[in-house]
Design a protein around this ligand. Structure first.
Ligand code: CP3
Length: 369
């Protein structure tokens, strides 16, 4: 029951809705810009606030998570058009009963990954999200209030396939041998797991909106590890369930689904773009393997496209950053409609915050032309 969380639903009015308008396909004065992993290790103030705490401890502390979420909005005052809640896609496997630790400099580690179908029995039977992820809803609620309407707040989740991969591999991977063993040796059980994950994701996303998230993004980061046929079997149907079933879950919570744009980022799944544009998402986020011109043509104004500059450009000269930003915005048709600027994937810890500032300034300058 949500009421046990004592959330405050009297939200301050949104003073800057550029992102939401672009996501809804309305014409805009310039394309909005935000950056995946905009809160994180490249910002000195992130390390300051995080101190010696471990990553998940920071996520679970609403005061710390909200502070970190707002850091890039403050650092780049007036240059960033959204905040994304500081959390992780791996909190859902935790809610399903798995133990995940974040090893500094190495990434996530599951102490007991699902290696055989029998391991499915280890998962929690009746996941109670309000109980297990109550902290996430409190953190979103506090952050929305602290943002005071400066920019919209994004909630997010992993995609079903990406979460299956982490739950089976137990961490990042190069060969994906365990996840591949599941889909090719235990397809029935793989579908059972995907289906259970999807049920929980839909509820999790809806509750994030109830708590204060104004837009959502689904990160299907490992999409590109599947070929087109396997993507159509093990990812696409579950992404479709999200777009089909989320609206009624939102309605039950008293929210108009039409007010909440949803973005899909299915990294490296170039073959899937046509389907992704028809699945019911408002926005499709692209990695840098796409030539914007080609993506725009294929999309044919069905959704708002997001992306897609190679984050590595931040290591380049100002002159080249400007050129690449210009080419990207032009490629996406000038950015006055159906476009949100983002990186093709997240920031790196080694990036110079001043270079990112220059990138953002150029997005504003060129996007306003
Ligand atoms: O600023 C934001 O984008 C919001 C917060 C956010 C984080 N993770 C914080 C984080 C978001 C949206 C995510 C999503 C996420 N987490 C994804 C999907 C996006 C993507 O990158 O493909 C994935 C695959 C994860 C899983 C995950 N979390 C990995 C593989 C790692 C380790 C790699 C790394 O960058 O260190 C994390 C850790 C993590 N999540 C950090 C942050 C800021 C670094 C933690 C730290 O050491 O301080």
């Amino acid at each position: 029951d949500l009421s046990t969380l004592n959330l405050d639903y009297r939200f301050p009015p949104l003073k800057h809705d550029l992102l939401l308008r672009a996501a809804q396909g309305e014409p805009v004065e310039r394309p909005p810009v935000w950056i995946m992993r905009q809160a994180g290790r490249y910002l000195p103030e992130y390390h300051q606030v995080k101190g010696n705490r471990n990553f998940f401890e920071c996520c679970r502390d609403a005061e710390i998570a909200s502070t970190i979420t707002i850091q890039p909005v403050n650092h780049y005052e007036g240059l960033i058009d959204a905040a994304i809640i500081f959390s992780d896609i791996l909190v859902v496997p935790q809610a399903m009963g798995m133990n995940v630790v974040m090893i500094d400099g190495k990434g996530p580690h599951f102490t007991d990954p699902l290696r055989k179908p029998e391991d499915l029995q280890k998962l929690t039977k009746n996941v109670d999200l309000i109980h297990s992820l109550g902290w996430a809803f409190k953190s979103i609620n506090l952050t929305r209030h602290k943002l005071n309407g400066r920019v919209p707040l994004l909630g997010f989740s992993g995609g079903p396939w990406t979460l299956l991969v982490y739950m089976i591999e137990g961490g990042g991977s190069r060969l994906f041998r365990f996840a591949k063993e599941w889909i090719y040796k235990y397809p029935k059980e793989s579908h059972q797991l995907l289906s259970r994950i999807t049920d929980i994701l839909i509820e999790f996303l809806a509750l994030q909106v109830k708590a204060g998230a104004q837009m959502l993004q689904v990160f299907e980061s490992w999409a590109g590890e599947l070929g087109p046929h396997e993507f159509n079997e093990f990812s696409l149907p579950y992404l479709k369930r999200i777009t089909q079933e989320l609206p009624s879950h939102l309605q039950k919570l008293g929210i108009n689904p039409a007010d909440i744009p949803v973005t899909i980022f299915a990294k490296n799944s170039w073959y899937a773009l046509n389907d992704l544009c028809s699945l019911g998402f408002n926005c499709v986020s692209l990695d840098w393997s796409w030539d914007p011109l080609e993506a725009v043509k294929l999309n044919n104004n069905r959704v708002t496209l997001q992306g897609n500059i190679d984050p590595g450009v931040i290591y380049g000269t100002d002159e080249i950053i400007s050129k690449k930003v210009e080419a990207m915005i032009k490629g996406f048709g000038g950015g006055k409609k159906n476009y949100i600027i983002n990186f093709g994937h997240g920031t790196h810890p080694f990036m110079d915050p001043e270079k990112i500032r220059f990138f953002l300034q150029e997005c504003h300058r060129i996007g306003s032309l």
